[in-house]
Design a binder for this molecule. Structure first.
Ligand code: AMP
Length: 298
């Protein structure tokens, strides 16, 4: 694996593979790699001839400077893990490489950015994500880019961005990797105290409660949401939000039917966690209730 830190290096390394028609996959990350990130890299390795991983803690998407400075960083371990998977290039630029003096452009989407994380973290969060992802796509020019369902709203934002700006890249969204008790892996989990780590499993139990309610015939989003809130109360978790929305538009649903996303965000101690599940509505013609799968364990 080659470690690169400048845009010029990335461009020159990729000239030959591109000329030879080799497929290029990109996995954007902020580092502190865990099995969730590694699952995206393995998928990219299977699909593509050249795999590029970017490692950049993007300052512009943090709405809280304390969160940015506390963000876990371990670039040597990250490089070792990526190399083990067979990644070809690890691109880890300094902030000035991405945002040189005089940088003045922001890529900003309306609509899907305005609710949920956008409402809670502020407009700058998704502006920061969209701008850095646009830059990474321009630097690497991948054929395919891999994102996690864990950040469901982010994945929708990127799909919209690529469609709206006619970017020639395929977006693949990969399943959320979870701990044995259902907690979605996140770099931020490292900050949880043992007590908060135990409580954090309540987030996934709440999402599972929505699916169980739906499997039991519930179609009223408020009633399904109430079941999830009961789980959260049991874990003493006060959510920032717990919403049932259309998986396509993120607007609230009046009835649970078709593809509905249940999304949750909550603060445990100083750590803010997010999670989601695609809620499946059992259909009579299939004759079987579709249930949440067993957690994919790390
Ligand atoms: P981050 O480093 O948090 O920006 O995440 C980099 C990529 O990994 C994003 O596309 C995330 O959605 C994805 N990711 C983070 N956690 C998980 C997880 N538990 N399972 C699958 N993908 C994940």
């Amino acid at each position: 694996m080659r470690r690169l830190s400048t845009i010029a290096e990335v461009r020159s390394e990729l000239v030959e593979p591109r000329r030879a028609g080799r497929s290029i996959g990109l996995v954007p990350t902020m580092g502190a790699l865990h099995e969730g990130h590694l699952s995206l890299m393995r998928r990219a390795r299977l699909d593509c001839e050249v795999v590029v991983v970017s490692l950049f803690v993007n300052p512009t998407q943090f709405n809280d400077s304390a969160d940015l400075s506390a963000y876990p960083r371990d670039p040597e371990r990250d490089a070792w893990l990526a190399a083990e998977i067979g990644v070809d290039y690890l691109f880890a630029p300094a902030p000035e490489e991405i945002y040189p003096p005089g940088f003045a452009t922001t890529v900003s989407l309306a609509g899907v950015t305005e609710t949920l994380e956008g409402a809670h973290r502020g407009r700058a969060h998704f502006d920061g994500v969209s701008t850095v992802v646009t830059k990474l796509f321009n630097i690497v020019a991948p054929d395919v880019a891999y994102f996690g369902q864990k950040d469901a709203q982010q994945a929708l934002v990127i799909r919209r961005l690529v469609r709206d700006l006619d970017m020639p890249v395929t977006i693949e969204v990969c399943p959320t990797v979870r701990e044995g008790d259902g907690l979605a892996l996140s770099s931020r989990n490292a900050h949880l105290s043992p007590a908060d780590r135990a409580r954090a499993a309540g987030l996934h139990r709440a999402l599972a409660a929505v699916q169980e309610a739906v499997d039991g015939g519930e179609r009223d989003p408020d009633a399904a949401r109430a079941r999830a809130l009961t789980e959260l109360q049991a874990a003493q978790i006060e959510p920032d939000y717990l919403e049932l929305v259309s998986a396509e538009t993120l607007s609230p649903v009046r009835r649970i039917d078709g593809d509905v996303l249940a999304l949750i965000a909550a603060r445990l101690g100083d750590t803010r966690l997010i999670d989601n599940e695609l809620i499946r509505t059992p259909t009579h013609d299939r004759g079987v209730a579709t249930r949440l799968g067993a957690p994919t364990t790390a």
